[in-house]
Write a protein that binds this ligand. Sequence first.
Ligand SMILES: Nc1ncnc2c1ncn2[C@@H]1O[C@H](COP(=O)(O)OP(=O)(O)OP(=O)(O)O)[C@@H](O)[C@H]1O
Ligand SMILES: [Mg+2]
Length: 891
Amino acid sequence: MATDTGPAHNERVTRAIDSQDVDAPWSRPVGELAAALGSGPAGLTAQAAADALPATRARAASGHQRTAWWRLLLTQFTSPIIIILIIATLLSGVLGDWLDAVIILTIVVLSGLLDFAQERGAAVTMDGLLGAVRPTATVLRDGQRVEVPFDEVVPGDLIAVSGGDIAPADAIVLTADDLEMDQASLTGETFPAPKTPGEVPAAAPLGDRTNLLCNGTHVASGSGTALVVATGRDTEFGRVQASLHARARTTGFERGMTRFGLLLARLMVVLVIAIFIVNLVLHRPLVDSALFSLSLAVGLTPQLLPAIVGISLSRGARAIAKHRVIVKRLNSIEDFGAMTVLCTDKTGTMTQGSIHLDEALAVDGSPRPDLLRIAGWNATLQRGLRNPLDDAIAEAVASAQVDLGGARAVDEVPYDFNRKRLSILVDGPDGRVLVTKGAVDPVLGVCAQVRDPDGGTRPMASARTGVETVVESLGARGMRILAVATKPMPAVSSCSVHDESNLVLQGLLAFADPVKPDAADTIEEFAKAGVAVRMITGDAHPVAAYIAGELGLDPAAILTGPQIDKLDDAALGSAVGGVQVFCETTPRHKERVITALTGTGATVGYMGDGINDAPALRAADLGISVKGAADVAAEAASFVMLENDLPSLLEAMRQGRRTFANTMKYIYMTTSANFGNMVSMAVAAVVLPFLPLLASQILMINLLTDLPATAIATDQVDRERLAQPQRWNLRVLVRFMLVFGVVSSVFDIVTFVVLRRGFHAGETEFQSAWFVASVLTEIAVIFVLRTRHPFWRSRPSSPLLGMAVVSAIIAVAMPFSPVGPFLHLEPLPGRLVGLLLVIVVGYVVTTEVTKAFFWPRSATPAMVRRPAVRQRPARSRSRTGRRRGRGTPSP
Ligand SMILES: Nc1ncnc2c1ncn2[C@@H]1O[C@H](COP(=O)(O)OP(=O)(O)OP(=O)(O)O)[C@@H](O)[C@H]1O
Ligand SMILES: [Mg+2]
C-alpha cells in the first residue's frame, strides 16, 4: 500500500483542496479518494501527517488557536487611543521637547510590557489547563492506532469512531457497524442518520449523504472507520460556522461587561473631548493640552478592564484546577459563582458507578440462574455503546462461567435513550431468538406474556401487577432493575424496532450501585452555600426515590418523564421549583427540565457525562462534564472535572466565587477611581491656570496604581461573600461608581484648594503634590473598598499589601529621586507631605463612613434572599426570589 510521504503529500493535499480535486467526495470511489490524498489501508505515515499539518492548520476553522506572543505584544499598543497618543508624542518631540516625548513613550512601553507579561502568563496557564481536556480523535498512522488532538487530524487520515465521539473532520465511511450519526448540530434533524459505505450522487443534499461523516456531528450508536477528506473551514460545519460567526452563547458576565464597558467608554469620550476644548478655550498650549487629554483617556479608558479581568479569571481557573476541575470558558466562572441550582445525573455522581449484577430473578422474584445466559447473549453480543450495565452482565457471566452455547448475533436494534431497550437477534442453541432487555416499563410495554418459574406462560395483563410489586420492592432496596424478554423469530435474518412486540418476559436482573458515602453531606454543604442540588435520571421511579432518600432529598418531590410529557412549558415552569428528583427521563426531558429551571430565574448548573446529557448540558447556564465522558458531553460543557467527585466540585465552586469576588473588587474600585479622576480633572482644567498634571505624570500614576491591581487576584475574600451565590449587578455597580467617585472628587477639590490657597503652590509644586496624593489616595482606598467590613477587620493578602506599599513608597520617593526632574516633579517640603498624609487619612475615613451607609441599604436584603429552588420541604412552593438579578452583588 503505497502511502505517500513528505512534501509530495503535502503538495498533493494542497492541490486537491485548491483545485477541488476532491469535490463532492461522497460521490467518489474511496480508492480514488485515498489515492488523491496519499492515503492507504495503513493510513498516512506520521511524516506525511506532520507535513500536511501546517496547510491544515492554516485552514482551521476560527477559534481555539492561541495567539502568537508577538501578536499579543503588539495588541498592547494597537488600541486607537494608544496609537493616537504615540503619534501625538512623536509630534511633540518633533515640535520641541524630545526628552518629554521619550519619557512618555518609555512609560507607555513599560505599561504595555506589564500587561503583556500578565496576559501571556494567563494564556499559557489556560493552554496548559485545556490540554488536559482537549478532545482527541483515534487515527491510523503507519498502521498504528494513535490518539491525536482534533486540530491535528489532516486530510487523508483514517479515523475510527464509536458511540459519543464527535467527528473531527468531514470523512467518507469505509466500514460501519450499525453506525448512526446525530447530525442535529448541522441539519437540525434529531433522528440519528444511519451511515454506510458506498457512493451517493454528487448532488445529494446533506441529509442524504449516507457515506459522509460530518465534522461536528456525533456518533449516536455503532462504530466505524472513515477517510478524512476535509478539515476546518473546508467542512460543512466550518462553512456554517464561518457564515454564522457561530459563537457559543454569551454568559451573563460577558453581557454585563460589554454593557458596562460601553457605558464607560462613552462617558470617557465625552469628558475627554470636553476637557480638551476647555483647555483650548483657556488658551493653553495646543500640544500639551492634546497630550494631557490623551493621557487622561489612556488612564481612564476601560479597555484595560477586559485584560485585567481576563488575567484574574485565568488565575482563578488555575486555582480551580487545584480542585481537579478544568475551566473551559473563563467567563463561566462568574456563572459558577452565581449558580443557585445544580442538577446532576445519578450514576457515577451520586452513586459509586461501579455497577454489579446482584441477582437474576424470575418474574415472581425467585432466583432464576439460567436467565443469566439469555441476558449474556444480549449483553456480550451487542456492538453499540459500551455501558456499565452490559459490562456488569458480561462480568457476571464470566465469573459464574455461564456457557453461552456458541450463540452468535444475526442483527441488532441498538440501545437508544428514548426506547430504553436493546435487542439482539441471536442464533443460539434454541434456534433464532430475539432477546430484548431494557428498563422495566419500556420492556413490559412490548411483552404479551410472562414466563412463570415453572416454565409455563401467562398473559401479561394478568401478571403485570405482580411483576410491578416485585420491581417496587427491589427498587425500595436501591436495586436498579432491567427486564429481559425474548421471542422466537426462526424465519427472519434481520430485526427492527417493530419486532419488539409480543415478547415473552423472562425475568428481571437486579444491579447494585450504592450511593457514594459522602454524597449526602456534600449535598447539604451545597444547600448551605445557597445551591439546591437536584437529581435527573433516566432510571425508574422506585430506585430514584430510594436513592433520593439516601441523599437527603425528598423522595416525595419527584416527577417522572411521562408526567413531564403531560405538562406544557408554562406548567413545567411552575412545577420544577418544588421537584427534587426527576426520573424516567429521556434526553429531551432533561433538557426541558433545565430550560424550565433557568426560566424561574435560577442560575442552573448541569452535571452529566453521557451522550444523553449533551442537550441538557447545552441548555444549562453552566455545563459540567467529567473527563472520559462522551465527546459530545465534554464539548457541551464549560467545566470538565478530572474525577467524578461532588466534594471537589463544591470546593471548585467556592474558588469560583472567590475569583468572581476579586474580579468584581477590581472592577468596582477601578471604575469608581477612574470616574472620580475624570470629574476632578474636568474641574481642575477649568479652574487652574495651568494643567493639573502633565501627560507623563498621568501615565506614571496609571502605571503605579496598576501594580497593586495585578495582585488583586490573590486577595482574601470575606467569608460571607462566599456563603451565597453572587452575580453581576450593573445597577449597584453604577451607583457604587457614582457615590465613591464623587467622594474622591470632593477630596481632590479640597486638595486643589489647600494647595493653591494654603500653599500658593506654583505649577511644578502643584503637580508634584498632586502626583503623590493621587497615587496614595488611590492605593489607600483599595483597602477600604475591598471589603464591606470596617477595613481593619478584613485582612488583605500579602502580595496585595506588598505591592501597594511598594507603589506608595515609589510615589512618595519619586519627586526626591533623580527620576523626578524627568517627570517635572520637584521635592516637596516636609509640611506639604504631612498635609498630604492628613488628606489621605481624611479621605480614607470619609470613604469608610460612606461605605457603611452604602452597603447595608443596597446589599443586605439581597444577601438574605434564598435561592429560588429550595431544599426540603417541598410542599409550600414559595415564589420568592424568582427573578433575575438575585444573588449578592460584589465586592
Ligand atoms: N445497555 C442497556 N441495555 C438495556 N437497557 C439499558 C441499557 N442502558 C440503559 N438502560 C436502561 O435505560 C435506563 C436509563 O438509562 P440512561 O443511561 O438512558 O439514563 P441516565 O439518565 O444516564 O441514567 P443515570 O442517571 O443512571 O446515569 C437505565 O436505567 C436502564 O434501565
Ligand atoms: Mg447517565
